[in-house]
Design a protein around this ligand. Structure first.
Ligand code: DON
Length: 321
């Protein structure tokens, strides 16, 4: 990093000017205090709604953070793109997509619905993510499947702060009637590999939703996607370029719940949100951004995260088109 900086080769040469501008967008985001914290998982209902954090990490590994960036939170659905990327890396796109589609569902993230060939619409909604969880490390026992998945998350984060929130996991599993219904409905339609243990697939899915991190580390994970699958901090190739391409394509079309079309139109950048208030934005070949603000809008996206993304592309020409 230092050598490249001295040679004037960094992706963002005037770092101070750039970070000041991002800092102003962070402050702008603070103004928005609408929205409701998710309450359907009791542990999430108790979260402090005032938390607001933004971190960025460039593909050169330059990082900066604002606000409550040291506070841990659960990734929830922000884990879905990473789980999917790991599945593509290990199993190949043909195999993974023999179980899950690539189409926005146009429905809520937890709806009990399948596409016209009885597969989940895409891996960014619950149905698709539960099926992807059933594909990972099939030969291993559940504990090892989780251990190996977490190890990959850790590689994405360059050895950052990745841990597990057992309270959220237990709380989510206790209140997951909808996901159980969805998982069994999918078994009726033969959506899983043969011999899949549905409860174990769900447990792995809940565990991955309960992975805990900070915006600091999540920005590095997003930057690994921005950097074609190589972690900018460790130079470790975590996933192949095809896995990144497929993941970012689906984040662009399906990453923001039933707001994905509008987000793609207005912001034009792959993003993923989660019910904890976590969100990532990937600017390919430039940087990863992680945001955290628990209050959600009517569609389930973090209010401040959405406003931040819109302001970002107003200030900088980051919209891909
Ligand atoms: O499956 C659930 O109910 C949640 N834990 C999913 C988390 C989430 O953020 C939903 N997003 N697509």
């Amino acid at each position: 990093l230092v050598t490249r900086a001295l040679r004037g080769e960094l992706t963002i040469p005037n770092w101070q000017k750039f970070t000041e501008a991002i800092g102003r967008i962070f402050t702008y985001g603070k103004k928005f205090d609408q929205g409701q914290v998710a309450t359907y998982i009791p542990q999430l209902a108790r979260i402090d709604p005032k938390k607001w954090a933004v971190s960025i990490c460039t593909i050169d590994g330059q990082t900066e953070s604002w606000g409550d960036f040291r506070d841990p939170f659960c990734m929830q659905s922000v884990s879905k793109p990473f789980t999917y990327a790991i599945a593509i890396e290990q199993l190949g796109a043909d195999y993974v997509h023999s179980f899950v589609g690539q189409e926005p569902s146009g429905r809520l993230f937890n709806e009990i619905c399948l596409n016209n060939v009885f597969k989940p619409h895409n891996p960014m909604i619950n149905a698709g993510a539960i099926v992807v969880a059933s594909l990972l490390y099939q030969k291993e026992v559940l504990s090892t499947r989780f251990e190996y998945s977490l190890r990959e998350f850790d590689r994405f984060a360059g050895g950052g702060r990745i841990s597990f929130n057992n309270a959220v996991f237990l709380s989510e599993r206790e209140t997951a009637d909808r996901n159980y219904a969805l998982a069994y409905y999918m078994r009726e339609h033969k959506c899983y590999p043969e011999k899949t243990n549905i409860r174990e697939a769900l447990d792995l899915y809940f565990q991955l939703c309960s992975v805990s991190t900070t915006t600091n580390s999540l920005a590095v994970m997003a930057a690994t996607l921005a950097n074609g699958g190589i972690c900018p901090l460790t130079k470790d190739r975590v996933v192949c370029t095809i896995a990144v391409r497929d993941t970012l394509s689906l984040m662009l079309s399906c990453g923001m719940y039933d707001y994905s079309g509008q987000h793609a139109f207005k912001v034009g950048l792959p993003a993923k949100s989660g019910v904890s208030g976590a969100m990532i934005i990937v600017i390919p070949n430039l940087m990863g951004i992680a945001l955290y603000s628990p209050p959600l809008d009517m569609l389930g996206n973090p209010v401040r995260g959405v406003k931040f993304a819109e302001k970002l592309v107003e200030e900088f020409k980051f919209h891909q088109y």
